[in-house]
Design a protein around this ligand. Structure first.
Ligand SMILES: *[C@@H]1O[C@H](CO)[C@@H](O)[C@H](O)[C@H]1NC(C)=O
Ligand SMILES: *[C@@H]1O[C@H](CO)[C@@H](O)[C@H](O)[C@H]1NC(C)=O
Length: 483
């Protein structure tokens, strides 16, 4: 689906000296060539992944994590995987290529949003004192690969929603519905929940919404416009949010959407985990402490978790890097990428600002950074494996027919402060489609332009406990957070 809205999509490319001052460095230098000696590196050892070709393939049966979540953690499942309640009975899930293509739309709209904010900040600077636009439309919905199930109201009704680190306001589709897309579960009906109330216009939560209006009877009306033209509007409301049977947040503020149009997908709504005060994590901070963590499973047939608060829960092995706040995009979490290692050897890349996003699948690197990673990786794979024709927009693909055991160079992302995140093999190679059983592709893309920032996508976050330690303004990555 192409992005239709122009609300947050000014022309790209005019944003180099922008709001994300840190991003400027990303554009300063072209990629340096990979060091010649590295090509001779022997496969094997700690800097290579030794995996069986089969292990890249998800199972058709749900294989939940063992001994998982003992706390208030929610179970995270892949939207289209065998553990997902959204998976329609009988109907085949979209192909991995189709899923990737939809995710690409999310990446494109996020990159436009960042470029748009950068351009607007530049314009505001140039005209001294001009104000930034109050808000930017959020990215596309329904492309996020990961969903959780939560209860809303009294008694709790259960809804399967995507969780999104790229937006703040949570919402579900509500009765009475003037315009609703088809969802799997019955709509939330406020009339059946005695703990439900609408939020009046004067309330702080209402005033803090970027786009709100007031009804004649003083109800706060919200509106969310997404970059692909989808939108939802309705009443800002409060009700009990049930996370686990023993854990509920009373008076949780969310959007009760009475008109929802343009979405595709069958999820019941969204949980916002952005940085602003209306997000679930901000609202829950009083109870669990600021921040949250999640782990995305390596295969779509596995399960992970989403937990509120950080508490003592940061894994001992977590590598932390500072959050880089953005004034123009206050909902979003940015990090600073300072280096890349391939098979343990540093590849020379300029520093780059990276949006960390739960809703974009493949990491998008600024062009020069991608080129440097690509050339180092392709050089080490060459001679070992045959190239396969590109699939969709991925063009660095390998044919592993006849190789039961693979040796794949490790890829580590190095962030400001020295946090070195050595990716799981699922963050290095992505397996596409059962029609091409032995083909997998380098799991990165380039931003395709002089973008002011890249995106750290969910594919590269897999298996890490990703800890958003808001109190200390840092993000941590703990290896082996889930399988
Ligand atoms: C639950 O997990 C936490 C940390 O993840 C651990 O400290 C605690 O002992 C666990 N509790 C139980 C009952 O297993
Ligand atoms: C992979 O290699 C095998 C054996 O050479 C060949 O039969 C097959 O067509 C190749 N597949 C692709 C997608 O290149």
């Amino acid at each position: 689906m192409a992005s239709r809205s122009s609300r947050c999509a000014p022309p790209r490319g005019s944003c180099l000296a922008a709001v994300l001052a840190v991003a400027a460095a990303a554009l300063a230098g072209a990629a340096a060539p990979f060091l010649p000696g590295a090509a001779a590196a022997e496969a094997g050892g700690p800097d290579w992944h030794a995996v069986s070709a089969r292990s890249l393939r998800p199972s058709t049966a749900c294989t939940p994590a063992e001994g998982a979540s003992n706390s208030s953690a929610l179970k995270v499942v892949h939207r289209h995987g065998p553990c997902s309640p959204l998976r329609s009975r009988g109907a085949a899930p979209p192909s991995p290529i189709e899923i990737l293509r939809r995710n690409r739309d999310r990446a494109t709209s996020m990159l436009r949003k960042i470029a748009g904010a950068a351009a607007a900040t530049n314009a505001a600077r140039a005209s001294k004192g001009a104000h930034l636009p109050a808000h930017w439309a959020t990215a596309t919905l329904g492309t996020n690969n990961y969903v959780v199930t939560v209860g809303l109201g009294t008694p709790a009704r259960y809804f399967t929603v995507e969780f999104d680190t790229g937006s703040d306001l949570s919402w579900v589709q509500c009765e009475p519905c003037k315009d609703c897309y088809e969802q799997r579960d019955p709509l939330f009906d406020p009339a059946k929940s005695p703990t439900f109330s609408t939020v009046p216009c004067g309330a702080r939560e209402c005033r803090e919404l970027p786009s709100q209006t007031c009804s004649p009877d003083n109800r706060c009306r919200f509106e969310c416009a997404y970059a692909d033209g989808s939108q939802t509007d309705g009443d800002l409301a409060r009700d009990t949010l049930t996370l686990t049977p023993s854990d509920a947040i009373r008076g949780f503020v969310f959007g009760c959407g009475h008109r929802n149009s343009g979405f595709f997908g069958t999820e019941d709504g969204l949980l916002g985990l952005g940085r602003k005060s209306v997000s679930l994590s901000s609202q829950a901070a009083g109870r669990y402490g600021p921040g949250f963590s999640y782990c995305l499973p390596s295969l779509s047939s596995g399960t992970g978790y989403l937990a509120l608060g950080v508490g003592g829960g940061a894994p001992a092995n977590a590598q932390f890097t500072p959050m880089v706040p953005s004034r123009a995009l206050p909902s979003l979490y940015f990090l600073r990428l300072t280096g890349i290692k391939v098979a343990g050897r540093a590849v020379k890349v300029p520093a780059a600002s990276m949006l960390i996003d739960s809703g974009t699948q493949l990491t998008s690197l600024p062009d020069g950074t991608f080129a440097a990673l690509w050339s180092a990786f392709a050089r080490l794979m060459a001679g070992r494996y045959r190239r396969a024709p590109g699939l969709s927009f991925l063009d660095t693909c390998y044919n592993f027919t006849g190789h039961a055991a693979l040796q794949v160079p490790s890829v580590a992302l190095v962030f400001a402060g020295g946090a070195t995140v050595s990716l799981d093999v699922s963050g290095v190679l992505v397996k596409l489609g059962s029609d091409e059983p032995d083909v997998a592709c380098l799991a990165f893309t380039s931003t395709g332009d002089d973008a002011p920032a890249g995106i750290l996508g969910s594919q590269q976050q897999k298996t890490f406990a990703v800890v958003y330690d808001v109190a200390n303004q840092r993000v941590g990555f703990g290896a082996k957070g889930c399988a």
